[in-house]
Design a protein around this ligand. Structure first.
Ligand code: 5GP
Ligand code: MN
Length: 333
């Protein structure tokens, strides 16, 4: 029986079973779920004797420091090293094909191309699509898919998948953490996953200078009381002066969103090319329906989930204006 009632589920299981040389790619600048799904899938398929090429389409193909501990991190290959004679491409955690970055072309040229994802509005760019928008994480979908493929989970595979689940659920605190999610997490722990160690690596291993960067972010945070919107930003100069890497800034948004006086939070991060990456988060109060930041991000060419989304904007001022346009017409809470 197809899990989640996904039409392509069984064909996806068969296609993975029948493939031998498999390229696997997650979205550019991967987070814990993208990387956990990628390495978990790669290790699992290798355990079945398959050859895998795990990669993503942005430079460098090296995990951020907080995810360097992940099993299989040493097996990543740069995307140009993927040979021509692969017989399957698997895309993970990509809401749209362009999230594959430089791997997009190779992926779209492949038949079969399996698209496994949990972003609402996924444009189903695969020849087979396993899109489960109520799943906590892509890692959760992958865990069930691998079981149906006949993979015996082990400590390393379970560690990758658990990392994906724990990061995308905000340590099991968001609404996407279902009873099924928690049962899966419990199952993964039974393979000897060191949950406290993972928490330490992912959430409490930033360099001391990160605290200084966080200080700047909190100091310049602005609250628009009426719109219940809080935002802050970092520049390339901030990174240079504090010595914090761009790939060590994922948790800043969690500090910005921590006020009860806002239910939409944004952080703007200046990129090398002068544009800003926008990270948006939304939360629902006890009485108010949540603002869909996914909708806002899609309006500006990005995407994501209802409560966590992102896009690219030319500058902070116009980005704030653009977001506010979507916050003025909110129903009274
Ligand atoms: P974050 O703010 O952590 O970078 O991203 C939050 C969520 O939005 C993640 O699920 C991420 O995959 C998605 N997301 C971020 N930026 C983009 C984007 O430019 N396009 C799309 N389609 N999704 C994005
Ligand atoms: Mn995800």
């Amino acid at each position: 029986m197809s899990r989640y009632d996904i039409a392509d589920w069984d064909a996806t299981v068969d296609t993975i079973k029948n493939a031998q040389r498999i390229a696997i790619a997650c979205h550019v600048n991967p987070d814990g779920d993208a990387l956990g799904s990628l390495l978990g899938t790669s290790l699992a398929l290798r355990s079945l004797g398959k050859t895998t090429y795990p990669t993503w389409g942005s430079e460098p193909v090296v995990p951020p420091p907080s995810l360097m501990f992940m099993p299989g991190a040493d097996s990543l290959v740069p995307s140009p090293a993927i040979p021509d004679d692969i017989d399957l491409v698997v895309a993970l955690d990509c809401g749209a094909a362009h999230r594959l970055g430089t791997v997009e072309k190779l992926a779209l040229a492949s038949d079969p191309l399996i698209n496994i994802d949990h972003h609402p509005g996924n444009d189903e760019f695969g020849t087979l699509n396993v899109v489960v928008d109520f799943a906590s994480s892509t890692a959760e979908i992958v865990a069930f898919l691998l079981k149906d493929v006949g993979v015996e989970l082990d400590h390393d595979i379970a560690t990758c998948l658990y990392t994906g689940v724990v990061t995308d659920t905000g340590r099991f605190q968001y609404g996407n953490s279902s009873p099924e999610t928690l049962r899966l997490a419990a199952d993964l722990l039974s393979y000897g996953v060191q949950a406290p160690q993972i928490a330490l690596e992912v959430f409490e291993s930033a360099p001391f200078t990160y605290l200084k960067l966080l200080g700047r972010v909190l100091e310049r945070a602005s609250l628009l009381e009426e719109q219940r919107f809080v935002y802050s930003w970092i520049t390339r100069k901030d990174l240079k002066e504090t010595g914090v890497g761009a790939d060590e800034t994922d948790l800043l948004i969690d500090a910005v969103r921590a006020t009860r006086d806002a239910d939409v939070a944004a952080i703007f991060k200046e990129q090398k090319d002068g544009n800003y990456r926008v990270s948006l988060r939304s939360k629902s109060g006890p009485d108010s329906p949540p603002v869909s930041v996914g909708e806002i991000a899609r309006a500006y060419g990005g995407g994501g989930h209802e409560l966590a989304a992102g896009y690219t904007a030319p500058d902070v001022e116009s980005a704030v204006k653009g977001i506010l346009k979507h916050l003025v017409d909110r129903p009274e809470s």
